[in-house]
Write a protein that binds this ligand. Structure first.
Ligand code: S3P
Length: 441
């Protein structure tokens, strides 16, 4: 998380007890970033309901404001408005754009800025973000004519973008990454000629859905919906966007209810876009007691309420094309695996090594400190359960999803856990600790 955030003291989490009640998780992080960014390049006003009021979207909003975009105050429960400046309306900022801890901000912004001919932008971020690979975006954008300079052969921020006229291209991406796909599509909006992205497996498709809703011309096809073609030359129009709850935040409650004796939780208003629901399939594979209620469609995204209760769990095996559909849920699935009778296996997940932290190493280290039996591989882990976890001194290592996964583990551990750097949760779920206290009461 951003080093500018105030560090809080370690958090004492007691083991035992149960979880009951209803919770509404905050807005989807991926959709929130996109609503702000697409609103900024649209013509007219975009009104966003349910925007995630957390550090990552605040980073996106701050970058946009620095380029002359009016974004209203971001406060929980209040709609946010963005006054669009059009496809080519960003002003050159007077200073460096700080993306904080947010990979989505930096990567999507690279796509948006690369084609702003004659303007110069510098993007940076916190310690974690400055250590994350950016050539995966820089290299395809260079194929379209972009000029981006960065440390270590252009791979690491700070990155300088020297805006250029771009040309459309057909790009095969080596990893299934919605951030990479979205950056290329955004660059394609003002390129000459159409742009096609072909992914090895489908990544989350929020950009495609929302770009279409804003009036962009794009087609999705190919085996497993892995090919997206965008035709430029169409202005985007400001829209009304309703952001559903983030399934990646709901995942902590789903696993917590599944593994905590006596627990029963309902998580309301959760986004159920099929490119994100891998976690539900794994929980089903484990035999978890899970029900989807009130399935509905809200502003182009499927939404529902999820009810989960505790029960015996079987181990799971995941890999291949399922991984992009649950990539952010793997840390908390590692906790679930500790409670399943047998060996759970995660493969094809080397992308976790380049997230906010190296999540394979960090989860193996931190859950290991609580007695979790985890074997780490280059691209995954094998986790043996049932293991009775013990309270221990653990550390989020500044990663929001690690912080919340360890909180779930602490709840089922014998004895107390002391979690260092719990404030990391604010990157995606600022009210997490309050919700935990309320649901445990
Ligand atoms: C995101 C895509 C995923 C995910 C990240 C948000 C997005 O990353 O891990 O938290 O909003 O596009 P990759 O697309 O790089 O896998």
């Amino acid at each position: 998380m951003a080093e500018s955030s105030a560090a809080s003291s370690p958090l004492h989490l007691s083991g035992g007890g149960s979880l009951r009640g209803t919770v509404r998780v905050p807005g989807d992080k991926s959709i929130s970033h996109r609503a702000l960014l697409f609103g900024a390049i649209a013509e007219g006003t975009t009104r966003i309901e349910g925007l995630l009021p957390a550090e990552d979207p605040l980073s996106t909003a701050a970058c946009l404001r620095a380029m002359g975009v009016e974004v209203s105050a971001i406060e929980a429960g209040q709609p946010v408005t963005v006054q669009g400046v059009g496809l080519d309306g960003f002003q050159e900022p007077h200073d460096v754009l700080n993306c904080g801890n947010s990979g989505t901000t930096m990567r999507l912004m690279l796509g948006l800025l690369a084609g702003r001919a004659g303007r110069h932008f510098v993007l940076t971020g916190d310690d974690s973000l400055r250590g994350r690979p950016m050539r995966r975006v820089g290299a395809p954008l260079a194929q379209m004519g972009a000029v981006i300079h960065g440390r270590r052969d252009g791979n690491f921020a700070p990155l300088a973008v020297l805006g250029q006229p771009l040309r459309g291209a057909t790009i095969h991406t080596p990893v299934a990454s919605a951030q990479v796909k979205s950056a290329i599509l955004l660059a394609g909006l003002t390129a000459s000629g159409s742009t096609t992205v072909i992914e090895p497996a489908q990544s989350r498709d929020h950009s495609e859905r929302m770009l279409k809703a804003f009036g962009a011309r794009l087609e999705v096809g190919g085996p497993g919906l892995t090919e997206v073609t965008l035709s430029p030359g169409h202005a985007l129009r400001g829209q009304s966007v309703v952001v559903p709850g983030d399934i990646s935040s709901a995942a902590f409650w789903l696993v917590a209810a599944a593994v905590t004796p006596g627990a029963e939780l309902t998580v309301e208003n959760v986004g159920l876009n099929p490119s994100r629901t891998g976690i539900l399939e794994v929980l089903e594979q484990m035999g978890a007691r899970l029900e989807v209620l009130n399935a509905r469609d809200v502003a182009g995204e499927p939404v529902g309420d999820l009810r989960v209760s505790h029960g015996p769990l079987q181990p799971f095996t995941i890999g291949g094309e399922l991984i992009p559909r649950l990539v952010d849920e793997i840390p908390v699935l590692a906790v679930a695996a500790c409670c399943a009778e047998g060996v759970s296996r995660i493969a094809d997940a080397s992308e976790l090594r380049v997230k906010e932290t190296d999540r394979l190493a960090v989860m193996a280290r931190q859950l290991g400190a609580m007695g979790g039996r985890i074997e780490e591989f280059e691209d995954g882990m094998a986790i043996t359960g049932v293991t009775e976890l013990q309270g221990a001194a653990v550390d989020s290592e500044t990663d929001h999803r690690v912080a919340m996964s360890l909180a779930v583990a602490a709840g089922i551990a014998s004895g107390d856990t002391v979690l260092r750097r719990p404030e990391a949760a604010a990157v995606s779920y600022p009210g997490f600790w309050d919700d935990l206290e309320r649901l445990r009461a």
